[in-house]
Ligand binder design. Structure first.
Ligand code: PLP
Length: 283
């Protein structure tokens, strides 16, 4: 929110992925820049929008996420970088859900795609893989330093507490020193994804540490969320407008700390939903 509201201003243009997180939407509204949305993860549509902007691309900020928070799909970052290089503008990538998940050093989708140097601003949060609170922005642009004097959400808020700084530093170190945690995370994610798919649930388009089950009926999603909780599995219930479509989601966040047995228990909890629906339909 801070970077979106400060990097651009009136007269500039922000072109953002339509499925961007609420904090990105809030930030760009605060900026006063003209806001253009492009179709989710569609580099061709981004290109169309940039082409229409003509010379204004020189004052354009493109915003995408690394792994998208709701369905866990990855941005086609290499294609997006190609479009940016062709038309100009600056690129900001929110790696909130991809920090620690992807790349040799866990730096996210840009590292995994080999395009880190082409990304102008990388933002992220300490609140997902690092289990703390707070966030960051890194950039190769020396001018980033100037943002400290202009970014209201940073200036007019308290500093993180020492305990949060300490735990974030340790988590960052572990993230880099123990790549086996990443392997464990992906094997857990794959196990849950395959298990839910096998049960016939409509899962996300691709495997990721966010495994979301799509449910058309809102009441069904609420009932199933309660039933899962009753059976010992807590997941996030996501309903429109928080979900990208009119469907609801039962969204699981997999961690490296889950044991295989726990993943199997989650799958078993989901398995109990199927017969109860059949029963309800039967009644
Ligand atoms: C893509 C994205 N950006 C930013 C945030 C905000 O993170 P935080 O609540 O840690 O500030 C989130 C959190 O859900 C997110 O999913």
């Amino acid at each position: 929110m801070g970077m979106g509201s400060t990097l651009a201003g009136p007269g500039d243009v922000i072109v953002l992925d339509a499925d961007s997180h609420a904090s990105i939407y809030d930030g760009v509204r605060l900026s006063g820049a003209d806001v253009v949305r492009f179709k989710h993860s569609n580099a061709a549509d981004l290109e169309k929008r940039l082409r229409r902007l003509g010379e204004r691309t020189a004052n354009t900020l493109i915003i995408v996420e690394g792994i998208y928070s709701m369905l866990g799909d990855q941005a086609p970052l290499a294609d997006i970088v190609d479009v940016k290089n062709k038309y100009g503008g600056l690129l900001l990538v929110d790696e909130a859900h991809s920090l620690g998940m992807l790349g040799e050093n866990g730096r996210g989708v840009a590292e995994a795609a080999g395009v880190e140097d082409e990304v102008d601003f990388t933002v992220g949060t300490f609140s997902k893989s690092l289990s703390a609170i707070g966030g960051y922005c890194v950039s190769n642009h020396a001018e980033l330093e100037a943002i400290r004097f202009a970014i209201r959400s940073y200036i007019f808020t308290a500093s993180p507490s020492p305990s949060v700084v300490a735990s974030t530093r340790v988590a960052l170190r572990l993230m880099q020193e123990r790549p086996e945690l990443r392997e464990r995370l992906w094997s857990n994610a794959q196990r849950l994804y395959d298990g839910l798919k096998e049960l016939g649930f409509q899962v996300s388009p691709e495997v990721s540490p966010v495994v979301a089950v799509t449910i058309e009926e809102r009441d069904q999603a609420i009932a199933w969320w309660n039933q899962l909780m009753h059976n010992g599995a807590y997941v996030n219930l996501v309903m429109p407008p928080a979900s990208p479509t009119t469907d609801s989601l039962l969204r699981c966040s997999v961690s490296a700390a889950h044991t295989t047995e726990q993943i199997d228990r989650i799958i078993a909890a989901f398995a109990t939903l199927v017969p109860s629906t059949a029963q309800e339909v039967g009644n």
